[in-house]
Design a protein around this ligand. Structure first.
Ligand code: B12
Ligand code: SF4
Ligand code: SF4
Length: 396
């Protein structure tokens, strides 16, 4: 445990490696109800993701660790910039995996095997951390650590060493959310449809990683974000006590990325700088798609740099980018860009013009303001999606 702490872990626990039957049941239930929004990850093979011994058949225990990341974000720069969620501003998983690997090496020195699993489809990290006594499941579905909060990432070392568990079986950290429901009310898209229940098809964090067009109904709520969303953690009272990281974190792109750079960079430059992120098919067009929505939410239609970026993408070979540039131009009141020769006949431009006009950006709104568009409360379960029992009813 000391090695993991020396590597930056703010909390470490040990638990058994029996199948996580409740987590499996919840994942399958959410998937069957369509609440996974098409995600693969742990939803592709829930049995594998909830059986720790699939990753190491000889495993007898798991050491689970939490790495804290900075709870504050700097204000936006002057130039139009896209907001990066705190967990993606540095390469946290590289730092966490290094700490876990160092722990596995100590185990190897003692003659035991250790396999590092962190943010991997092989295992559900929150359920392991919950079992190891690190924290409780918040109503925003994140794991919250007592005295620390949820600004942490989680990972495990599965080992054949017979380590004593930190907490007795079932004696996990009790719920500390109480009557609070700030996260549910703060979610800009109403993705938290019940306490502890997320409809991922509305979660901005997932929509930014999904293939295809960014859903029109959530584009304005996206605000300046380009990767991840922090709103349901920002409002969370236990996060006010969040500690600073205890080690230097592996560098990442930072909290803000200039939109001009994002929309002018080559594929190699984008993947070189942002390649640690989950990008669908590793195709940089999805970063550009997200950047165009952020530009439409934060730029100024009369800014010549913004106009040049939009013009370039309205003439792109990629219909996905043409469609998003057309939306952004209209949102910024720059409809004249769509009337240009060589642009107006594009089917995506025609389709955009046939739709209702996006609402105009608020002068003096973002950039500089907090990430997030207009606040909207939960809208209940999406039409066509079967309601899912909240945890109180599932026995969790
Ligand atoms: C898929 C995934 C996502 C998806 C779906 C998230 C989700 N809530 O399911 C998307 C892309 C939206 C996402 C977003 C984020 N993610 Co993510 N994600 C994952 C991943 C790969 C799998 C999670 C999973 O299996 N979800 C399926 C659901 C059913 O599982 P669950 O939410 O854990 O469900 C448990 C609880 O909710 C609880 N429960 C069930 N019902 C109820 C009801 C009540 C009332 C309560 C209280 C609890 C409860 O029991 C369930 C079973 O154990 C893990 C990595 C991994 N391999 O585990 C990271 C992981 C969960 N993500 C992480 C992070 C950091 C994030 C973001 C904060 C990133 C960001 N800033 O944008 C957001 C947070 C959004 C949110 N509110 O959850 C961290 C979480 C750290 C923490 N403190 O909890 C993880 C563990 C990665 C890591 N290794 O650190 N993520
Ligand atoms: S606040 Fe953001 S991260 Fe949290 S559930 Fe809503 S959209 Fe997803
Ligand atoms: S905002 Fe309130 S309800 Fe939501 S996770 Fe934090 S403490 Fe729990």
């Amino acid at each position: 445990m000391g090695v993991a702490r020396a590597g930056g872990a703010v909390a470490v626990g040990v638990c058994g490696v029996e199948p996580l039957t409740e987590a499996r049941r919840v994942i399958e239930q959410r998937r069957d109800a369509g609440l996974h929004g098409g995600m693969d990850f742990t939803f592709r093979n829930p049995a594998r993701s909830t059986e720790p011994t699939r990753a190491l058949p000889s495993a007898r225990s798991a050491l689970v660790a939490a790495l804290a990341y900075p709870p504050q974000r700097p204000a936006a720069p002057e130039a139009p910039a896209a907001a990066v969620a705190r967990y993606a501003a540095s390469d946290l998983y590289a730092t966490l995996r290094a700490a876990l690997r160092a722990t596995a090496e100590v185990m190897a020195g003692d003659g035991y095997r250790g396999v590092v699993v962190a943010d991997d489809n092989a295992l559900v990290d929150r359920a392991m951390a919950h079992r190891a006594g690190l924290g409780w499941f918040g109503k925003n579905t994140n794991l919250l650590l007592p005295g620390i909060g949820s600004w942490v990432v989680l990972g495990s070392v599965l080992t054949d060493a017979p380590l004593p568990p930190t907490v007795a079986d079932g004696d996990v950290v009790a719920d500390q959310c109480g009557a609070c429901r700030r996260c549910l009310d703060a979610c800009p898209t109403g993705a938290l449809v019940a306490p502890g229940v997320m409809d991922a098809s509305r979660c901005l964090s997932w929509l930014l990683q999904m293939q295809g067009p960014f859903p029109r109904e959530h584009r304005e709520a996206l605000g300046p974000r380009i990767y991840g969303c922090d709103d349901c953690q920002e409002v969370c009272p236990p996060n006010r006590r969040a500690p600073e990281p205890t080690v230097a974190l592996a560098p990442g792109p930072g909290d803000w990325v200039e939109l001009r750079w994002l929309l002018e960079a080559t594929d190699d430059e984008l993947l070189g700088a942002l390649g640690a992120w989950y990008i669908p098919r590793r195709d940089p067009r999805y970063l550009r798609r997200n950047a165009l929505v952020a530009l439409g939410n934060t730029g100024r239609g009369d800014d010549p740099v913004v106009a040049r970026l939009l013009e370039a993408h309205l003439r792109s070979d990629d219909a996905l980018l043409v469609g998003h540039a057309a939306w952004a131009a209209r949102r910024l009141g720059a409809d004249h860009l769509l009337a240009a020769e060589g642009v107006r006949d594009h089917p995506e431009v025609g389709a955009e013009l046939a739709r209702p006009h996006p609402s105009p950006t608020t002068p003096g709104g973002p950039p500089g303001g907090p990430p997030g568009g207009p606040r909207r409360g939960p809208r209940g379960v999406a039409p066509g999606v079967a309601p899912v029992a909240p945890v109180g009813e599932t026995g969790l």
